[in-house]
Design a protein around this ligand. Structure first.
Ligand code: WTA
Length: 663
């Protein structure tokens, strides 16, 4: 039997005033870059400054452990800071940071750094890391910090002296940090006393204290004073960042290390559904190259832009498109410390208005949470400075896409859903895939960027039919790809290169449509098999969100005697709507209409929040565990524990109600 797609394959949007290229024309241009991809990427890499040119564009002698630009030497901090500070951008603002605390309609703190200021700071910090801690090329440190300017500054300073780092998201708990510090064998942890989030202080140093008991490699803790909460400082292990910086001589200069292209810049851990986190090791030369390309193509960098990426630096988006990418291009960027809806749901829109943000990078989960509050909060502010927007992190429902396009986008700015992963280092699929904008289609990711040979395979590794779901793959090496999984090359090979020999397996379901657009449907392991037919949770959730009263939905499969598995939905209503049986029926009929009877929801539960990872991904396995009375498993990445109780409550209340009703 066939399942009707929820996806509106033929709906194309042509934002007013944009020069659009039809997909066929782009595909032609793309073809030539893929054919000659090595030279193509070498041409892009040449646009960076190298201390020494490479001897070989790509070392393929030991696949899948590819090395880009072998023999070349460069320094990421030099590229992001020195080049601009020593040139015409010395007095250009690089970073506008806004703290969370808010009073009388204004943020209490805004700090600005010019490229000249950044240069002074990274040199001081690099000097301190080298002199106080004796850190040198090849060492590894841990970073566990809130979203304050010192975070990218420490990252850049580490890159300056050739020290690799692993950033652990400041929302993570003791266990996650310990695991990462031990795996990475970090020598130092840079942290803060605490951080602000939604009006509350998160204690960071206290958590680090617990980590230290179990992480033998860590010999020192460097602490930024952010919230001035009470903490224990154990001498000489713990030192204050500001006190150490005060000891650095005025005008300190630290020569950037000449890093080999294939020297690691950082390790960032990704967690899946099973196994311990995988430390993705990124190189220097390839990584800088993919950032340079995608900043220019996808974000269409202009000298006057004010760029804002709402992601936390604890995730790859914040590494690539906040800490390095925008600075690599000499942009002015905004960095915000706290919750986008603090103290009111319009905080994010007020940031756009006050700083005149022109390029915005955000996520579907943020957009849906803003949509939930309705247009009023956006309309309080003038967001007309925005000229380009993208989202990332998960599939964007056409509904949310259209809402954002209509409100902030005023039906006239380019808005895309960029697909990529921690592993890929940079954006791989976009509506502005390279020197051209293709017509937008709500819910799609657009086309592979120039030089990237992506495809959709069937189970046997053959190209999947147009319109049929398959597995997303990348068929050739690309700059920015991981060097390996830290200390576990076998796992790297197995996870990414064993399903389809010779191609990188992304682990995502995808469909390619008639125009060659990719629709990434979500992780391949989140599929519900109903009577043998696989239904992606995203497809079902998208259908549900079509209902005008619904803000967000999570769908999971529960065991069913006859069909194997059936879907149930957890639904968050838009503010002002009440749960009712009628709504349940309406939601179910939308799903049946859009996807087919096979997708009938066994149950619809109403909740006000969903278990999500701190990066905003719905933790379907947690919901599923509650429904099937199984242990919920590792909750290290869970944002809000109370959401599980809500799921449990909704589940048991509905059970009781059903048992009272005559059948
Ligand atoms: C998902 C985030 C659909 C996908 C940069 C991928 C997306 C995983 C999109 C990687 C998008 C990311 N549309 N799905 N635009 N962007 N994903 O490592 O499932 O945190 O495999 O990297 O997010 O998540 P990660």
């Amino acid at each position: 039997m066939s399942v009707n797609w929820v996806l509106p394959f033929d709906e194309k949007l042509y934002p007013e005033g944009c020069k659009i290229v039809e997909p066929e024309a782009y595909v032609k241009m793309h073809e030539s870059t893929v054919k000659d991809y090595k030279n193509f990427w070498a041409g892009i890499a040449k646009e960076l400054s190298w201390y020494r040119p490479w001897k070989e564009i790509l070392d393929e002698s030991n696949p899948p452990f590819y090395k880009w630009f072998v023999g070349g030497e460069l320094n990421a901090c030099y590229l992001c800071v020195d080049r601009h500070a020593k040139g015409s951008r010395k007095d250009k603002v690089a970073l506008i940071w806004e703290g969370e605390p808010y009073a009388n309609g204004m943020p209490k703190e805004v700090r600005k750094f010019t490229y000249g200021d950044l240069y002074t700071e990274v040199n001081k910090v690099a000097y301190m890391l080298r002199n106080t801690y004796g850190l040198k090329r090849g060492d590894m440190i841990g970073i566990y910090m809130p979203m304050i300017p010192e975070l990218p500054i420490v990252m850049l300073a580490a890159s300056r002296i050739g020290v690799a780092f692993t950033v652990v998201f400041s929302g993570f708990g003791e266990e996650s940090i310990t695991e990462r510090m031990n795996d990475a064998e970090a020598k130092l942890i840079v942290t803060a006393d605490g951080g602000w989030r939604a009006g509350k202080i998160i204690q960071l140093k206290k958590i680090v204290d617990e980590v230290l008991e179990k992480a033998a490699s860590v010999k020192g803790v460097l602490v930024v004073k952010r919230v001035d909460c009470e903490i224990d400082m154990v001498q000489p292990r713990d030192r204050w960042y500001h006190e150490e910086l005060a000891k650095v001589p005025e005008g300190a200069y630290v020569e950037p290390e000449r890093m080999k292209s294939e020297d690691p810049i950082y390790v960032l851990y990704t967690s899946g559904t099973t196994g311990k986190p995988k430390g993705q090791v990124h190189d220097t030369g390839g990584y800088m190259t993919i950032l340079h390309a995608t900043m220019n193509w996808v974000f269409d960098v202009n000298e006057e832009d004010i760029y804002w990426c709402t992601a936390d630096i604890g995730w790859v988006t914040g590494h690539s498109y906040l800490a390095y990418g925008p600075l690599l291009e000499g942009m002015t960027e905004v960095m915000y410390e706290g919750s986008p809806s603090y103290p009111e749901p319009d905080r994010w829109a007020s940031i756009i208005e006050r700083h005149k943000v022109s390029v915005l990078y955000t996520s579907p989960t943020a957009i849906r949470s803003w949509m939930k509050f309705g247009d009023e909060f956006v309309n309080r502010h003038d967001t007309s400075s925005v000229r380009l927007m993208h989202s990332v992190g998960e599939p964007i429902n056409p509904e949310a896409f259209k809402w954002f396009y209509r409100t902030v986008g005023r039906n006239r700015v380019v808005f895309g859903s960029t697909w990529w992963m921690t592993e890929t280092g940079g954006i791989m699929i976009s509506h502005i895939p390279g020197k051209a904008i293709v017509p937008m289609k709500p819910g799609t990711n657009g086309l592979p960027i120039l030089g990237i040979d992506a495809d959709v395979f069937d189970e046997n590794g053959n190209p999947q039919k147009i319109g049929d779901r398959g597995y997303l793959v990348i068929k050739q090496p690309w700059p920015g790809m991981p060097l390996t999984i830290y200390k576990n090359p076998g796992r790297y090979k197995e996870v990414y290169f064993s399903k389809f020999l010779g191609s990188y397996y992304a682990g995502d379901y995808a469909v390619k449509d008639r125009d060659g657009y990719f629709w990434i449907l979500g992780r391949a392991d989140e599929v519900i098999k109903v009577a043998g037919h696989g239904l992606g949770t995203y497809e079902l959730e998208s259908a549900i969100v079509n209902h005008s009263d619904v803000a967000e939905a999570a769908v999971v499969g529960v065991p069913d005697d006859i069909k194997g598995e059936v879907p149930v939905a957890f639904v968050i209503l838009k503010v002002g709507n009440e749960p009712s049986d009628e709504l349940r029926r309406d939601i179910n009929s939308i799903v049946r209409d859009k996807i087919g009877h096979i997708a009938s929801l066994k149950e619809v539960y109403f909740v006000t929040r969903l278990p999500k990872t701190r990066s905003g991904k719905i933790m379907r396995r947690v919901i599923k565990a509650v429904l099937t009375d199984k242990p919920v498993g590792n909750l290290a990445t869970l944002e809000d524990e109370a959401s599980i109780d809500e799921v449990k409550k909704a589940y048991s209340e509905l059970r009781q109600e059903l048992s009272r009703k005559p059948t």
